[in-house]
Write a protein of this length. Structure first.
Length: 259
């Protein structure tokens, strides 16, 4: 039998990238999942692949009105809820002096405010012994010059997680976070343009993309980028570990060992 925390789980950002890998990891282990996010098409595709096991619940997580009651709606689809994973995220690389107001607000909302509000819901909805896991980033502890807003939001998320761990302890509702290094997803493959730089022609975009990925791989002593499945397995472990709460699990191929 699957461990409590992994049986009936809501996964945000569950249609693509890390979120989808988390959902599929849980499904392969015998769990049921509700996947949520803005893109109904990719959520419904996953549900079709896992009939009766995966359910799509589209939601604009950046909207306070849309996410109100989200965990109760997910629990209604599954007949209860013992796990919650916040994987949805947004990063816009901009150096100081070039940080757009819209990008600032959007990153804070999806990376910090939304998981806080959903985590508050989880304290009320999750079954005793259940767990919530937040996908953070090594950029929360070691920022780069273009990550001020994203790093600040993810660092704040780690403190939110610890408060939720304390608040949920009386009911045995655990909270933890995973801090991945660079994981090869569509978000990471997007070429980072310099301030004022316009769209690149396709051959130049492809060249810059490969150079960017090669540089990112070189940051990791193990010699490769993370795979979404690596994070999926780590999240499943955190959901299932019944004597673990308030923990930050670094999963980075040795990235933080670098000076």
């Amino acid at each position: 039998m699957s461990a409590t925390g992994t049986r009936k789980v809501l996964v945000t950002g569950g249609g693509t990238g890390i979120g989808r890998a988390v959902a599929e990891t849980l499904l392969r282990a015998g769990g049921q999942v509700v996947v949520t996010g803005r893109r109904a098409d990719v959520l419904e595709a996953l549900a079709r692949d896992w009939p009766g096991k995966a359910f799509a619940l589209p939601c604009d997580l950046a909207s306070p009105e849309a996410r109100e009651g989200l965990l109760r709606r997910a629990a209604g689809l599954l007949g209860g809820l013992d796990g919650f994973v916040h994987s949805a995220g947004q990063v816009v690389h901009q150096p100081p002096g070039h940080i757009g107001e819209d990008a600032l607000r959007a990153q804070l909302e999806i990376n910090l405010v939304a998981p806080l509000r959903l985590g508050e819901q989880a304290l009320e909805v999750l079954e005793p012994g259940g767990a919530q896991v937040f996908v953070a980033s090594t950029l929360a502890t070691r920022p780069i010059v273009t990550s001020a807003v994203y790093s600040a939001a993810k660092a704040g998320l780690l403190q939110v997680m610890k408060v939720l761990a304390l608040a949920g302890a009386a009911r045995g509702v655990r909270a933890s976070a995973v801090l991945p290094g660079v994981v090869e997803t569509d978000m990471v493959r997007e070429v980072r343009l310099s301030p004022g730089e316009g769209p690149l022609p396709e051959p130049e975009y492809a060249r810059r993309q490969e150079a960017q990925l090669a540089g990112l791989r070189a940051l990791h002593p193990l010699g490769r980028l993370g795979r979404p499945e690596d994070v999926g397995e780590a999240v499943r472990y955190l959901l299932a570990a019944s004597w673990l709460t308030g923990t930050e699990l670094v999963l980075d191929g040795g990235l933080l060992l670098r000076e």
